[in-house]
Ligand binder design. Sequence first.
Ligand code: GA4
Length: 328
Amino acid sequence: MVVLAKPPALDQISLLRSPEPGAANFAGVPAVDLSSPDAALAVMDACERFGFFKIVNHGVPLDVVDRLEAESVRFFASPQAEKDASGPANPFGYGNKRIGRNGDMGWLEYILLAVDHASVSKASPVPSSSLLDAINECVGAMRGLAKSVLEAVAEGLGVAPRDALSRMVTDAASDQVFRVNHYPPCPLLQLLPDSCSVTGFGEHTDPQLVSVLRSNGTAGLQVALHDGRWVPVPPDRDAFIVIVGDSLQVLTNGRLKSVRHRVVANSFKPRVSMIYFAGPAPAQWIAPLPQLLGHGEQSLYRDFTWGDYKKAAYRSRLGDNRLAPFHI
Ligand code: GA4
């Protein structure tokens, strides 16, 4: 057995085997133009086959995302003591390496914020007003994309009304979260064998309905295909990535499946990503839409509310299968 000596700074962070080169006859990340007439079909097809896709031609002005990227880079470059003043994240605020409350660690720092309606909640600490303005602009745009995606999913599933899913996340009490992640370069990676990567953000599924992500031009995001093979998602500054979450899996009675994803650190380039997580109101029942249950078909899950699920999620480890205990 080969025992790898980890450089001390990586002590608590797990190492991964990189995906096999060319691990897939995977044709690449499916791209969907939400303004095209067949968008609903394309969204459904990508969600069913892969559980993720990228939105191109989305209409979000690039300066909106560029501004948040620049503000984030500025914040993460500020002195550690200033950053620490907005943390430690519990769960909201500035976080450094620690993810959640149960010992998960990654090679990143981040800001995690609660969103009320379409802007950051007054209760979430944001380091500066210019960063807050930039985040709020992005929240508005990415929330709009999540809404359009969920409308397309409803249409693709043949569910009426068209807002049957999207209204869960636009509801005044909906539980939305926004995070900005900064993965600093990890030069120590060069001391490890080529087949090894350092965990930036460990593998997990997102608990919400959908997540909308945008990153700078640095690679790192990887997604597990339904057959378990990991594939890299090449960075695309001009696109948004959509990821199916656990709640949408249950709402569709497993027809769509949440997708495991992770981020690996890069030795030279910093990665900055921003993600909007579209969750429902705490009292919302997460159960298959009645129109999707055929005659005599039963739910694959026992009924629970988003509040129940979230409570359970915060007791779990990042990589746990959080839906397993709800399976019938
Ligand atoms: C994963 C998706 C989102 O980033 C997040 C994460 C949350 C956190 O970072 O506080 C969790 C994780 C995420 C799922 C399980 C729990 C909670 C860390 C963790 C170990 C903000 C979310 O909603 O769930």
